[in-house]
Design a protein around this ligand. Structure first.
Ligand SMILES: Cc1cc2nc3c(=O)[nH]c(=O)nc-3n(C[C@H](O)[C@H](O)[C@H](O)COP(=O)(O)O)c2cc1C
Length: 522
């Protein structure tokens, strides 16, 4: 690595002390930019989030198995992706007070593009209908498919590898038709199951949690990154849906982790909280007023993941993320609900097709509203933009030029979609700009950009898919130093087929999964 580890570790330790004092003694004001809430300490690659990142780094020269090193901090005693150890796709609970949410979703009539652009709209009351709409368009089961002798659930927002390792809880306050309390969202039945008494605090707040084994059963410890990617796609749909109903969503990633874990009844090992999303500017209802019921999960721990997660724990509530300025232009599109139900991950794109530049410009601007995690764009087939790599938003000065389709395929773990796309958005950040908590936030921000870019692409009649990559190849692709951490790729292109739209609450569409082309099919 091209930096002095000793300097970073020392400065990170000092900065952590300074930051801790600052945040504990100063009142928090709403930040103008995400960088103000990310804490530029430099992530330590020998502990916590940094160590997990380093040990789960995939090197092209060695392939996916690279992080199967003999480092004893990685678990190598598990059967990965074996039928007998597949985790349940949703959590199980003993009998709990249950409220079936209305299966009829209220419509707002707002176009997907207006909601993504942040156009303000009169506020709807947050009642059982609106809460159900939010939860369903973020986390509901919209499609199913039969594979390996079981029914697989596909949720409204995308998930790396289709593992859907997240749970969503609602801590409700004054929601008409829903008792105050802490409820687990059952995405299959579209129901709320009350796990705990009403919290202290005022604003109804959603808590998203991650279940490491559900993604780790395929991706091992690297799945910790996927929790935050997926939390990003979930958040993008929750926030956009809330915008469309004027619900004033407030995303927080700084919160007292242990307390919020207690609120929703999770143990901090097999499941832990990732983010809070509250509505309106009153204090979020997140302080537990009594014990919550714990659900049933497979008790399989990745100690490295537990350590990475807790290295970023905090004991105070931070500011919400900046919502980002509304976009001045709003192209026409279908209503948000229809775009969410049409959204899927496109498995095959038409490599020879190009798209107009506005299908790059507008989706990227909508996706990056309020987010300052650096992005690059690899352009293959956009009218008026020469093929090459650009540092967004500067599309006039390429970082490198030429037909990079084959290179992108290789960097994206030899997946042809990265060469079939018209462009590939790439989130990446220098490790010196992160600490353990900032690492989580950067992964989440990259997931949010993927989620919003995906919705914007579908709204404008093109298509998209999230994409992973060889960590070792990202700095070279973007012409950056080796300390650049690749976060996430999003491929946007012209569809080779149309996916079956998702169904409504309790009636998901049954689909046959289409597989991507293999490298040899090219
Ligand atoms: C963060 C993220 C990373 C993904 N990475 C890949 C990938 O590397 N290759 C791929 O073919 N699909 C990838 N996908 C697409 C998922 O496989 C897809 O979201 C999942 O199977 C659910 O299907 P759906 O999006 O159609 O609902 C990714 C999706 C997300 C959200």
């Amino acid at each position: 690595m091209a930096w002095s580890l000793a300097v970073i570790v020392a400065s990170a330790a000092l900065a952590r002390v300074l930051f801790a004092r600052r945040t504990l003694i100063q009142p928090q004001e709403r930040a103008d930019s995400l960088s103000e809430v990310r804490h530029a300490d430099g992530v330590d690659l020998d502990s916590g989030a940094g160590l997990l990142h380093r040990l789960t780094r995939v090197d092209a020269a060695r392939g996916w198995e690279v992080f199967a090193t003999d480092d004893e901090r990685l678990r190598r005693d598990l059967s990965y992706d074996a039928d007998e150890t597949l985790a349940p796709q949703v959590k199980a609970y003993p009998a709990l007070p249950t409220l079936m949410l209305p299966r009829e979703l209220p419509t707002t009539g707002m176009s997907a593009t207006a909601a993504l652009a942040g156009v303000s709209v009169a506020s709807q009351p947050l009642d059982a209908y609106q809460l159900g709409r939010l939860l369903f368009l973020g986390a509901g089961v919209v499609r199913t498919s039969q594979r390996r002798g079981r029914t697989w659930f596909f949720r409204a927002a995308g998930s790396a590898g289709g593992r859907f390792p997240l749970e969503v809880y609602a801590s409700t306050k004054g929601v008409d038709g829903v008792p105050d309390g802490v409820h687990w969202y059952d995405p299959v039945e579209h129901a709320l199951r009350q796990v705990g008494p009403p919290a202290t605090g005022e604003a109804t707040t959603l808590v998203a949690t991650g279940v490491p084994w559900r993604t780790g059963q395929k991706y091992a410890e690297r799945g910790w990154r996927h929790l935050y990617w997926d939390a990003g796609t979930l958040t993008s749909q929750l926030v956009t849906t809330a915008n469309s109903a004027g619900l004033d969503p407030r995303l927080r990633t700084l919160f007292p982790d242990r307390e919020v874990g207690e609120l929703v009844g999770v143990d901090g090992v097999h499941e832990f909280p990732l983010l809070l999303l509250s509505f309106g500017d009153r204090p979020p209802a997140v302080e537990p007023s009594g014990p919550s019921t714990r659900g049933v999960l497979p008790e399989i721990e990745f100690p490295l993941v537990t350590a990475a997660q807790h290295s970023g724990d905090r004991d105070f509530l931070g500011d919400p993320w900046p919502p980002g300025a509304p976009l001045p232009s709003v192209p026409d599109s279908e209503p948000l609900e229809q775009v969410v139900l049409r959204r899927g991950s496109q498995r095959r794109m038409i490599r020879s097709a190009t798209m107009p530049r506005e299908k790059l410009d507008w989706p990227m601007r909508a996706a990056l509203r309020g987010i300052d995690v650096p992005h690059w764009v690899a352009v293959h087939g956009v009218d008026g933009v020469a093929p090459g790599v650009y540092r967004w938003p500067d599309l006039d000065t390429p970082v490198r030029t030429g037909d990079l389709r084959d290179l992108l395929i290789h960097v994206a773990m030899d997946q042809p979609l990265a060469g079939e796309a018209a462009y590939v958005a790439i989130a990446a950040i220098h490790s010196g700009n992160l600490d353990d908590r900032g690492y989580r936030e950067a992964q989440l921000a990259a997931g949010m950009v993927e989620g919003r870019l995906h919705l914007a692409a579908y709204a404008l009649g093109v298509t998209a898919t999230g994409m992973t990559f060889y960590d070792s190849e990202v700095p070279g692709l973007l012409g950056q130093s080796d300390d650049l951490i690749g976060l996430l790729f999003s491929c946007v292109g012209v569809a080779e087929y149309r996916s079956t739209p998702g169904g409504g609450p309790g009636s998901p569409a049954s689909v046959r999964v289409i597989t991507p082309r293999l490298p040899d099919d090219e």
